[in-house]
Design a binder for this molecule. Structure first.
Ligand code: NAD
Ligand code: WQD
Length: 355
């Protein structure tokens, strides 16, 4: 049985990917320090897949402990989700972001090298492109678009991509998939796992969900003076379950390379379709069944007009395509939210009552 170590597997995208991995027949080992997740997500994944998930609460920067996990299991490949991801926070504490994201990755790669594990799928981000509208003909954004992140979080992703390219250049046996996610949204159809931000949500749909459930008064729409059909910015929103499946496709691509062949390559994971803030607002209101209060406020610093993926490379090479729609994601997010109004901390939660 192929064994996959999933760093950050208790988090939002990681937990959904663990389900797809187990359902595809992989053995999964999760390593997470729970800095931005709860062990409940793992328990609920176990409930969904009806299997025990091997879990270690370890900070990736603790190479000694991490090494012991590699000593104990014969790991075939790593999916590396672990990292801090809040753009605004990264501008306030950039050193912590570099230490955690870059430091954690270096520690992981060293341990992998020591154990001769050379297959890795890395969570990069569309944020590495920065503002692609500054170039002619780069929307939808192809992987060849020049990068230029505009915040420390994005810099950490680009630095890590660079480290991985250098490792591959030094040893062509490595097989490295750099997956650049666009905007992941939605939740598992069971309503048992989903995104559970701490504090005030930064992202559009988690914020809207909290408005709908009564935890926030209204949505602030950050500007309606952009060059789009309704004046609000355009993003490529992808259902988290489709995104999770993209990891299985990447693993299978790496595994099917010719013997002794290595690779380090970028793939965009998105839908290829752009939606504005109001498109998303209307779709989510439809899922909820009524309009939600909002107010147009000024632009948010750092926001760009359009981040829509060109997905030809992933469609053709990984044989993967996003299938679910924004409406599907809004329905699944609302299902998760109504079942878990306080996220994983919802009191008196009995999984069986919700099936
Ligand atoms: P998340 O915060 O829910 O998951 C990340 C997980 O990593 C958390 O469970 C956290 O506890 C763990 N973690 C962080 N630092 C760690 C460390 N040093 N050691 C061990 N565990 C650690 O985030 P997510 O949305 O699931 O994102 C997963 C990955 O995808 C991240 O690398 C993120 O940067 C990237 N990404 C996310 C988005 C998005 O919008 N959610 C978009 C593009 C890329
Ligand atoms: C989407 C749109 C906002 C909140 C971020 C990261 C990116 C990636 C995905 C990790 C924008 C508008 C939002 C609100 C609003 N993450 N908005 N009111 O900024 O596209 O991407 O998450 O890699 O790196 O930057 O996502 O959900 O924050 O914003 O009007 O309260 O919604 O202006 O147009 P973003 P988002």
């Amino acid at each position: 049985m192929t064994t996959i170590l999933v760093t950050g597997g208790a988090g939002y995208i990681g937990s959904h990917t663990v389900i797809e991995l187990i359902n595809s027949g992989f053995r999964v080992i999760v390593v997470d320090n729970l800095v931005n997740a709860s062990y409940d997500s793992i328990s609920r994944v176990e409930y969904i897949v009806k299997k025990k998930v091997i879990f270690y609460e370890i900070d990736l920067r603790d190479s000694e402990k991490l090494s012991k996990v590699f000593d104990k299991y014969k790991i075939d490949a790593v999916i590396h989700f672990a990292g801090l991801k809040a753009v605004g926070e990264s501008t306030k504490i950039p050193l912590e972001y570099f230490d955690n994201n870059v430091g954690g990755t270096i520690s992981l790669l060293k341990v992998m090298k020591q154990h001769d594990v050379k297959n890795i799928v890395f969570s990069s981000s569309a944020t590495v492109y920065g503002d692609a509208t500054r170039f002619k003909d780069m929307i939808p954004i192809p992987e060849k678009c020049p990068t230029g992140p505009t915040n420390p979080y994005g810099h950490t992703k680009l630095v890590i991509e660079g480290i991985m390219r250098d490792i591959y250049a030094s040893d062509n046996k490595w097989r490295i998939a750099l997956l650049r996610y666009f905007n992941p949204i939605g939740a598992h159809q069971s309503g048992l796992i989903g995104e559970d931000p701490t504090g005030i949500p930064n992202n559009l749909l988690p914020f809207l969900a909290q408005v709908a459930i009564g935890r926030r008064q209204k949505l602030n729409v950050f500007g309606n003076d952009y060059d789009s059909h309704d004046g609000t910015p355009i993003r490529d929103y992808i259902h988290v379950v489709d995104l999770a499946k993209g990891h299985i496709a990447a693993l299978s691509y790496l595994a099917n390379l010719k013997p002794k062949e290595g690779i380090c390559r970028e793939w965009n994971l998105g839908t290829g379709k752009g939606s504005t803030v109001f498109d998303i607002y209307h779709s989510f209101c439809k899922a909820v069944g009524h309009d939600l209060p909002y107010e147009i406020v000024g632009r948010r610093s750092g926001d760009v007009l359009n981040l829509t993926a060109c997905v030809t490379r992933a469609n053709e090479e990984l044989k993967w395509k996003a299938k679910l729609t924004v409406d599907d994601a809004c329905r699944d997010l609302w299902n998760w939210t109504t079942k878990n109004p306080q996220g994983f901390a919802t009191p008196h939660y009995h999984i069986a009552d919700h099936l």
